[in-house]
Design a protein around this ligand. Structure first.
Ligand SMILES: NC(=O)c1ccc[n+]([C@@H]2O[C@H](COP(=O)([O-])OP(=O)(O)OC[C@H]3O[C@@H](n4cnc5c(N)ncnc54)[C@H](O)[C@@H]3O)[C@@H](O)[C@H]2O)c1
Length: 329
């Protein structure tokens, strides 16, 4: 009985693989290394390099391994890139899901845990956002992920493949020993960009907009520690293994931090000045995104351990100082 982790060499995937390996699950990773890092994969996991759109690759893998559950992280996730090249996103993300489900159906594998996103909601109608709120994505990335959720729903109806879609808000932090962490190129997420500035790899941090209707005018986001997210995937897998129905859960800390608050916290944690300037708003940035994650806490019994953004930043900084230029350099 093995868990197949697709995209397990990426940021969230590698932490989930590490978490599962440390809890003695048998883990098989498949990743094309488009944005992932082979070094990030726990040595106890078996690794296959390949693309989930390549059905022959997947078929061989399912023939070789006794896969019972799939955790799916393998996708592209840079919003501005998706605006410029939407077909790249529908091909890799949405078509990748179809290819995977076809093979799962043929091999009788009927559990999938899926990395979804707050981008499925678009501009929120309520704060905090609930799973039952309208889903009207404002970019092709969010649309590609919402389509994947719908494809899983109809595959459940027709073939009985049960899914859990986990809609994450902003993921941050790193394993506390600094061995694995976030290494995207280009980096677009606020905390690693702030830390690149702290490390002197960027001259200045630009904060996009200080005239939003928030406590200090800058965007407010909900940061969830990557280790808490890893545990949520394990709980979601056990939820399906216990025979429960398909479901969708928000994952967030349910606390909102403004961009200025993140900058101030990073200055405190790193002891660096971190030069910053205000820039104009970016098109399509919602003012505030905060999750209502009470459903995951109640149904999955998820108990996030890290609700202090200082710890999140401290762990990310620890990884950064140990891997100044990322994994390979
Ligand atoms: N990081 C966040 O803040 C965040 C927030 C919400 C949702 N998500 C979702 O979580 C997932 C993981 O995010 P991440 O930050 O770890 O991204 P990542 O880019 O670090 O990881 C994605 C992994 O999937 C692999 N991959 C991509 N396409 C593939 C394919 N066709 N075949 C095989 N492997 C493929 C990449 O090489 C990479 O290792 C993504 O699906 C993303 O949409 C992330």
């Amino acid at each position: 009985m093995s868990i197949l982790v697709l995209g397990g060499a990426g940021y969230v995937g590698s932490h989930t693989v590490d978490h599962l390996c440390n809890m003695d699950y048998d883990v098989v990773v498949a990743d094309n290394l488009a944005t992932g890092h082979r070094e990030a994969v726990n040595d106890k996991a078996k690794f296959y390099q390949g693309d989930i759109r390549d059905k022959e690759f997947l078929i061989k893998l399912f023939q070789n391994e006794d896969i019972t559950d799939v955790i799916h992280f393998a996708a592209f996730s840079v919003v501005p890139e998706s605006m410029k090249d939407p077909l790249k996103y529908f091909d890799n993300n949405t078509y990748g899901m179809i290819s995977l489900l076809e093979v799962m159906k043929d091999f009788g594998v009927s559990h999938i845990i899926f990395s979804s996103t707050a981008a499925t909601y678009g501009e929120p109608k309520h704060i905090p956002i609930k799973e039952t709120d309208p889903t009207i994505p404002t970019n092709p990335y969010g649309e590609s992920k919402l389509a994947m959720e719908k494809i899983m729903h109809w595959s459940d109806v027709a073939y009985g493949i049960k899914f859990v879609a986990l809609r994450y808000f902003n993921v941050a932090g790193a394993k506390s020993d600094g061995t694995i962490g976030e290494d995207h190129n280009p980096e677009t997420h606020l905390i690693p960009v702030v830390l690149q500035t702290a490390a002197g790899q960027r001259d200045t941090l630009t904060i996009f907009g200080d005239d939003y209707d928030t406590k200090d005018g800058t965007n407010v986001r909900d940061y969830v520690h990557v280790e808490d997210l890893a545990e949520a995937h394990r709980l979601a897998m056990e939820y399906l293994r216990s025979g429960n129905d398909s479901n969708i859960f928000n994952l967030g800390s349910s606390n909102g931090f403004s961009n200025k608050e993140i900058l101030e916290a990073a200055r405190e944690v790193t002891g660096k000045e971190i030069p910053a300037k205000m820039g104009p708003r970016r098109l399509g940035d919602p003012s505030t995104l905060i999750a209502d994650s009470s459903k995951a806490r109640e149904v999955l019994n998820w108990k996030p351990q890290y609700d202090d953004v200082h710890t999140v930043i401290k762990d990310a900084w620890n990884f950064k100082t140990k891997h100044m230029n990322g994994y390979t350099k």
